[in-house]
Design a protein around this ligand. Structure first.
Ligand code: RAM
Length: 333
């Protein structure tokens, strides 16, 4: 009898730890470039979510912002049979075939930050409203240059969907009468590579000696442009705004090289992306419009129609950083 009870206990304990425990999901997190502090912060939030949910997140990015590099990573994740893949895409179209291949094999694709086209994914976790992000950067720069003068955009790669959409909204904003004396003279691409972005900024100063301001809607680009402005002795002459990491921009804000810029919380973005993907894997949500998604400490968000056949959730509005708050935020991300 004693022996029987011992065996029963062992069986129950085994069932308790294996049979009844949750499936151990492995989620791939594919970012645009390795070594970009923005994605390091995204991964921090992703790992926080993974810990809370008891799952594994595999963080991988190509060395440069390469499209083929992302395709290769996704292919190898498919071969490893991961449970799902989250991607910030270097190209919205070129990644569609490999994303479809994953989905055909039962591996859902969730894009975040920079989406692939709707036919290549289940859901897009969008940091903030695209229109707002685009417009706010023009509004910030306009104030700095008194609504007058030549301006340029220093973007990431020319194929990146998030930057391209924001630039379209910048152009829309610039159509308003209050900006009639501002002229967008150039859009250049630093590919989210520090040195290339720096050189592109230097090139702008040469080609446009009357340049009054730069908008860099990329954390790599804005920090590189700030360094270029200072190295060229143009602080105060060429104004700068865009999307930056407070930790990288603090010194430039303090020296007045960049008076204000915007962003959202990349840690929360990574956290939310993993939570939303987990909810799909556990079938708590299907990814349909109107469904509520529980995002852990961030609360709930509703899935909305993107208007192009895609489905997305939006985290919140962009946030503006300036001398009044940079100290606090530079310690967070
Ligand atoms: C860069 C990347 C990323 C973008 C931020 C603002 O780090 O291009 O995709 O969202 O900038």
């Amino acid at each position: 009898m004693k022996k029987f009870l011992t065996v029963l206990l062992i069986v129950l304990l085994t069932l308790g730890t294996q049979g009844f425990s949750q499936k151990k999901f492995v989620i791939g997190l594919v970012c645009k470039t390795a070594g970009n502090p923005f994605f390091e912060a995204v991964n921090k939030g992703a790992q926080e979510a993974a810990k809370e949910l008891g799952i594994t997140v595999l963080y991988q990015s190509p060395a440069a912002s390469s499209v083929q590099g992302q395709i290769d990573i996704i292919n190898s994740m498919i071969a490893q049979k991961v449970s799902a893949i989250c991607v910030s895409a270097n190209d919205p179209d070129a990644l569609v075939p490999v994303c479809r291949k994953a989905q055909l094999r039962g591996i859902p694709i969730v894009t975040f930050d920079s989406a692939v086209k709707p036919q290549g994914r289940k859901l897009f976790v969008n940091q903030a409203d695209m229109e707002q992000i685009g417009r706010i950067q023009v509004q910030l720069l306009a104030k700095m240059i008194n609504y007058e003068g030549e301006i340029a955009v220093l973007s990431a790669a020319s194929t990146m969907a998030n930057q391209n959409t924001w630039i379209e909204w910048m152009k829309e904003e610039l159509k308003k009468p209050e900006y009639s004396k501002m002229k967008l003279v150039a859009i250049v691409y630093g590919d989210d590579i520090r040195e290339k972005s720096y050189n592109e900024a230097m090139g702008l100063f040469k080609s446009y000696p009357n340049l009054k301001g730069i908008i860099a809607p990329t954390t790599v680009g804005i920090a590189a442009a700030a360094r270029a402005i200072e190295d060229a002795g143009l602080s105060g002459k060429v104004q700068l705004t865009g999307l930056g990491l407070p930790s990288e921009m603090a010194e430039y804000v303090k020296r007045g090289t960049c008076k204000a810029f915007a962003l959202w919380n990349p840690i929360d973005l990574g956290y939310a992306t993993i939570y939303a993907t987990y909810r799909l894997l556990t079938k708590e949500i299907k990814g349909n419009v109107g469904e509520k998604v529980n995002l852990g400490r961030l609360g709930e968000r509703k899935i909305v129609d993107e208007g192009n056949g895609g489905r997305m959730i939006i985290l919140g509005p962009p946030f503006v950083f300036d001398a009044s708050n940079i100290d606090y935020w530079s310690k967070v991300y």
